[in-house]
Design a protein around this ligand. Structure first.
Ligand code: FEO
Length: 163
């Protein structure tokens, strides 16, 4: 039986995942305006992933017999100094999400809730990958600078993301 405290943390995590998606859609809006449709595509795809993360937790809570409830989704970041801005914000945000997952995981272990701890293993790995990718995106953008053919090529590469 899942403890109330854990159920609440997981329910809050659903909101955080949906907020992540909302944030990434906003980043895609920004890149669309800059005519960087590959970057926009990348963040649109990331937003879909975040929605899937939220639904994964929702399903887990449903299976545990917990009634899921939704809260308002937080605001987004809309202004950036340059095209690297959203990439830095994405890394910061993913680090925040990782901390949140760790907190739930640690609480689950503390309360001997091994089912939840086991469920969260997938998210721990996923967060590791997401932070690595977010850092890689920053590194690539630094290499190409703010314009010219290299940026055009990187945008093409970002646009090839599948899923
Ligand atoms: Fe679902 Fe990007 O954390």
């Amino acid at each position: 039986m899942i403890k109330k405290e854990i159920a609440k943390m997981l329910n809050d995590q659903i909101n955080l995942e949906l907020h992540s998606g909302y944030l990434y859609l906003e980043f895609a809006n920004y890149y669309e305006e800059k005519s960087l449709s590959g970057f926009a595509h990348w963040f649109n795809a990331q937003a879909v992933e975040e929605y899937e993360h939220a639904m994964k937790i929702r399903e887990f809570l449903n299976d545990c017999g917990v009634r899921v409830t939704f809260s308002p989704i937080g605001d987004t970041i809309k202004e950036f100094d340059d095209i690297k801005g959203p990439l830095h914000e994405a890394l910061k945000h993913e680090q925040f999400v990782t901390k949140s997952i760790y907190k739930i995981y640690e609480k689950a272990l503390e309360l001997n809730d091994h089912l939840t701890a086991n469920f969260l293993q997938w998210f721990i790995e996923e967060q590791g990958e997401e932070e690595t990718t977010a850092q890689l995106n920053i590194d690539k953008a630094k290499l190409v600078g703010t314009g010219g053919p290299a940026l055009y090529m990187l945008d093409k590469e970002m646009g090839r993301r599948e899923g």
